[in-house]
Design a protein around this ligand. Structure first.
Ligand code: F6P
Length: 319
């Protein structure tokens, strides 16, 4: 393979730049020409494709966001629209494409693979909701961002004896909520994978107050309900002073953690290795600290699951 391209797609995540850097540098190391597609699949359709040199990715490893920029591009589901993107790649002699993104981005990559472009996916999303990998790029950084905020909220919650409801991202997955609840010592976590009775939560908070607890932290995944709705529900059962914090897009920003930079670098280099070996239609991942590859169709064939042991542990430690 002589020419490859890389793009970032869907919601950005800290570490995407490190992944692009690894793809570019690894390709150049092996004398492969490498191109950056700007603005995800939208840029592929619009022919916003530029050659990268080793300097193009200098001073990027520590930066959040994605310098290639990203876009959600529902039109890419249309085969006629995809054809334009494929033609743009073929006219430049580009045979392989690395797509850094989440589940939706992988579906586009799978189609491109079926339609003649060799594609490899790299899991980039803060949600950690992709099958075939223990971790996605950006999850660790987002987790650390949340924990920092939870620690700060705990200070003021304690001073005012309040119950705080902190709404975190994750789309339909509870990983960010679960991990931040465990790491932040939250009293309660609500995740889409497990139904919890609001009355039960209210009873637990009441018992805590009776034992002299000065505050309570409830972490609610956006996939369950909004923080405001959670507060309204809680107040049906208990008379507590509540405040709601919706962390929002701050969870997507910031300089990537060391873990995310290393993960992204390993994924990027491995994706190039696979393309060089003529492989296509796979997403890379990490399982038990070993790099793995999984066919796109296997990734889509089942729902992402949370770590049930961790859920149990979080509940056991938050008594
Ligand atoms: O998939 C990443 C994510 O941040 C989700 O956690 C969240 O639900 C969604 O993207 C928000 O999307 P947007 O930035 O398009 O509002």
């Amino acid at each position: 393979m002589k020419k490859i391209a890389v793009l970032t797609s869907g919601g950005d995540s800290p570490g995407m730049n490190a992944a692009v850097r690894a793809v570019v540098r690894k390709a150049i190391y092996h004398d492969i020409e490498v191109y950056g597609v700007y603005q995800g699949y939208q840029g592929l359709i619009n022919n916003n494709i530029k050659e990268m040199d080793r300097g193009s990715v200098g001073d990027k490893i520590q930066r959040g966001g994605t310098f290639l920029q990203s876009a959600r591009c529902p039109e890419f589901k249309d085969p006629e629209v995809r054809k334009k993107g494929i033609q743009n790649l073929q006219q430049m002699g580009i045979e392989g494409l690395v797509v850094v993104g989440g589940d939706g981005s992988y579906r586009g990559a799978q189609r491109l693979n079926e339609e003649g472009i060799k594609t490899i996916g790299i899991p980039g999303t803060i949600d950690n909701d992709i099958n075939g990998t223990d971790f996605t790029i950006g999850f660790d950084t987002a987790l650390n961002t949340i924990i920092e905020v939870v620690d700060k909220i705990r200070d003021t919650a304690s001073s005012h004896e309040r119950t705080f409801i902190i709404e975190v991202m994750g789309r339909d997955a509870g990983d960010l909520a679960l991990w931040s609840a465990l790491a932040g010592g939250a009293e309660t976590v609500l995740i889409p994978e497990h139904k919890k009775d609001v009355q039960e939560i209210a009873d637990k908070i009441q018992q805590g107050i009776e034992r002299g607890k000065k505050h309570s932290i409830i972490i609610v995944a956006e996939g369950v309900m909004s923080g405001d709705h959670c507060s309204e529900e809680l107040k049906k059962y208990i008379n507590v002073d509540t405040r709601v914090s919706v962390l929002g897009h701050m969870q997507r920003g910031g300089s990537p953690s060391g873990m995310d930079r290393v993960l992204a670098s390993r994924f990027g280099a491995y994706a190039v290795n696979l393309l060089m070996a003529g492989e296509s239609g796979y997403a890379v991942g990490i399982q038990n600290n070993k790099l793995t590859k999984t066919k796109f169709e296997d990734i889509f064939s089942s729902h992402h699951e949370i770590d049930e042991d961790m859920y149990r542990l979080t509940n056991e430690l938050s008594i």
